[in-house]
Design a protein around this ligand. Structure first.
Ligand SMILES: Nc1ncnc2c1ncn2[C@@H]1O[C@H](COP(=O)(O)OP(=O)(O)OP(=O)(O)O)[C@@H](O)[C@H]1O
Ligand SMILES: [Mg+2]
Length: 316
């Protein structure tokens, strides 16, 4: 087992095609008493399966806008899937569908082989905006989701302590969120999401607004938590290097309508660092294809062939 920047153990996952982690292979001794075992881990049944997903929105002018077109994606239990694509290609929309917050126009989404028909406690969406409550302390924010689930007080308190330790915020349990930095608030949001013990974490550009040092730290922490808890993560980002840094696999979506253009397995050993030459090489291949899509989006926008501006966070 290798260690990350904080000398914390990180399991090196197998290449994506052979990835079928079990709870015991990912878990650490002692966690089992705190964490609910993850259901539905099976080599055959994908954790999340999207089949022929199409979604169209009705625009202000009453026209239909096809946002997602025939998306087929399967995510294995315990897998870390990153999704990249140009702005407006439907990444957030896709997470909303998996979270059960919207209904697709056609196609079906299965989680553990069961059809998604609305939100469920087996999935949680972490927005960029976080949604923390400023009138509650850090500890109360982490407890909030559990309270909604009807978890009793003693268990809530135990899990709040556990998850705050996991994100290294034990000392800030009684602070209010305005007393924390952006990165610390992000960690509170992560602890709150983890505390409800969803099998699937849906993360929509969670680190986009953070400075580079805080983001690097949170990459390490998210990877450690993922390795320790065996959760399945679907992570949307604009930053291709971030996707390579974190993902077992990267799915690239096309510009509107969003389709899966290509999937890239990431078979680099963990932990990875953003500056690593192999990470840069892997990112370059994806960036070349992403640029084509960004180009298309600019052509549609301006109706001219404009040299693409590489958005922040996808620089080489
Ligand atoms: N509620 C809505 N009503 C109408 N159109 C919508 C709605 N939500 C999203 N869209 C459209 O669907 C498309 C996909 O939007 P979405 O937010 O999923 O993109 P995205 O890939 O997450 O973009 P970004 O990278 O900028 O966050 C866009 O063209 C957007 O304008
Ligand atoms: Mg989005």
């Amino acid at each position: 087992m290798s260690t990350n920047a904080h000398n914390l153990p990180v399991q090196i996952p197998l290449p994506v095609d052979h990835l079928s982690p079990t709870r015991s292979s990912r878990g650490k001794a002692g966690l089992a008493t705190v964490l609910r075992p993850i259901r539905g881990i099976s080599a055959e049944v994908p954790k999340v399966a999207l089949s022929d997903i199409c979604l169209s929105y009705r625009t202000q002018s009453g026209e239909r806008l096809l946002a997602l077109d025939n998306i087929n994606l399967q995510v294995k239990a315990g897998e870390f899937l990153c999704i990249v694509g140009p702005s407006g290609c439907g990444k957030s929309t896709l997470l909303h569908l998996i979270a059960g917050l919207h209904q697709q126009t056609s196609g079906q989404i299965l989680v553990d082989g069961k059809r998604v028909q609305g939100p469920g406690t087996d999935r949680i969406l972490i927005f960029q905006e976080l949604g923390l409550f400023p009138w509650l302390t850090v500890g109360q924010n982490v407890e909030f989701g559990m309270k909604m689930k009807g978890v009793d007080r003693a268990e809530r308190e135990e899990k709040t302590r556990y998850y705050l330790r996991l994100v290294h915020l034990s000392q800030f349990k009684d602070s209010y969120t305005h007393q924390l930095s952006g990165g610390m608030r992000q960690r509170v949001a992560l602890a709150r999401a983890l505390a409800t013990e969803p099998d699937v974490l849906l993360m929509d550009e969670p680190f986009a607004a953070l400075d580079a040092q805080t983001r690097d730290l949170l990459h390490d922490e998210l990877e450690r938590i993922w390795a320790e808890t065996g959760r399945t993560i679907i992570f949307v980002t604009h930053n291709v290097r971030e996707a390579i840094r974190l993902g077992d696999r990267v799915a690239l979506l096309t510009f509107r309508p969003g389709r899966v253009k290509r999937e890239f397995p990431v078979n680099l050993p963990r932990p990875r660092v953003l500056e690593d030459v192999h990470v840069a090489q892997a990112a370059r291949e994806i960036l070349d294809e992403l640029r084509e899509e960004i180009n298309r989006s600019l052509e549609v926008e301006y109706n001219v062939g404009v040299k693409p501006r590489v958005p922040t966070g996808v620089e080489e």
